[in-house]
Design a protein. Structure first.
Ligand SMILES: [Zn+2]
Length: 159
């Protein structure tokens, strides 16, 4: 049997979509956009603080009822330096590698926020490093998590 050449079609498909962020998500995203603030909420029973704010505290099964403003600082609780490109949903292009994705525990918060970290050298990263959110400038924030550009490592490893 004779091999035939496979034909390829390259098609760019646009798939715009929207979804509701919900009451708590909207509260957080509006504060991020309008006030450059990170908002969470606190459970009345166990006093845990969640970011993003949650509709229900899982362990207590109670709606957190207190809005809490958190600082833009915290620690890098865990991270991955990623060397495998993927299609960035924000741009539709391959995200340049390497990049670091981290789990951030903001000061005064009990949960973790996942976001990009500016340091990509594994030798300069370790759990517990101090980090600080870098926000988009005023007028450029639109009410999404990407209004935080990334978290900047604010201390030297071992320092
Ligand atoms: Zn609770």
């Amino acid at each position: 049997m004779e091999k035939s050449e496979l034909l390829h079609l390259q098609v760019v498909v646009e798939l715009p979509y929207r979804w509701a962020a919900g009451r708590n998500g909207s509260l957080m995203l509006k504060a991020l956009r309008d006030e450059k603030k990170i908002i969470g909420n606190r459970c009345p029973e166990c006093r845990k603080v969640y970011v993003p704010p949650r509709a229900v505290c899982g362990p207590c099964f109670i709606a957190p009822d207190e809005t809490v403003e958190l600082p833009a600082t915290g620690i890098l609780a865990g991270y991955s330096v990623v060397n495998y490109p993927f299609i960035d949903p924000e741009t539709g292009e391959k995200r340049p590698v390497p990049y670091t994705y981290g789990y951030i525990q903001l000061d005064g918060c009990d949960s973790y926020l996942s976001h990009f970290v500016n340091e990509t050298d594994p030798a300069r990263l370790s759990p517990g490093l101090r980090v600080e959110a870098v926000f988009k400038p005023d007028g450029e924030r639109v009410g999404q998590m990407q209004d935080i550009l990334h978290f900047k490592v604010s201390e030297e490893k071992g320092g």
